[in-house]
Design a protein around this ligand. Sequence first.
Ligand SMILES: Nc1ncnc2c1ncn2[C@@H]1O[C@H](COP(=O)(O)OP(=O)(O)OP(=O)(O)O)[C@@H](O)[C@H]1O
Ligand SMILES: [Mg+2]
Length: 234
Amino acid sequence: MLEISHLNVWYGVTEVLRDVSFQVPSNGIVALLGGNGSGKTTILNALSGLVPPRAGSVKFEGREMAGWAPDRMVKAGIVQVPQGREVFSQMTVEENLELGAATRPGGRQIQADIDEIYSLFPRLKEKRTKRAGSLSGGEQQQVAIGRALMARPRLLLMDEPSVGLAPIIVEAMIETLVGLHARGLTMLIVEQNVGVAAAVAEDAHVLKDGAIAYSGRAKELINNPEVLASYLGR
Ligand SMILES: Nc1ncnc2c1ncn2[C@@H]1O[C@H](COP(=O)(O)OP(=O)(O)OP(=O)(O)O)[C@@H](O)[C@H]1O
Ligand SMILES: [Mg+2]
């Protein structure tokens, strides 16, 4: 479904992604791991059109998309949940969800999709008229995911969904991701939490200094002390 080959990204005079190649199969979940500044977010930003690649190919459902603008990427089905949740804190929960549908037409269908988000996240229904900024971290992450789902993604990009959440909320987040996968969504998830990656993902790629240093099955990472120590600071 998604095929990235020899992707290179520079910020000014600095090369931040070097020759990155990997694939996300249709209905798969792939995890990207790596330390701070290793290039994880930059990969997602290149896929969502926020940074232009200098070289390399981004093929999604057979089409070459490297360098496309963000709105075109969203219309094609690639939607990003940003790092740090970034909800519109002064707007209500429901207004945040409505914004997620801004790239597509159709009034009645939008309400039906909002209702579906509420069945996925019942807490958001209870708090639909509350300012998003007044919600807990876990609830704000639900708003951020719900807003992305409103764009009807075929590939969802998630940037550290578990960061800063209490362990019990992380467990709920894992269940949410597994549930979305069961409904057929394809996902690329950036995580620093190896446990979360092992619990939800099939393949995993570990980045170091902008290049892929290790690729393997996500569930096997946790038993690979060498990789944990060399690249993930464990
Ligand atoms: N807008 C920017 N301008 C210049 N350099 C940047 C910019 N954004 C990121 N960088 C640099 O690019 C490199 C990769 O950053 P990136 O945000 O992709 O890392 P990351 O793996 O997501 O890190 P973290 O775990 O801290 O989120 C880092 O060296 C970072 O300092
Ligand atoms: Mg990042």
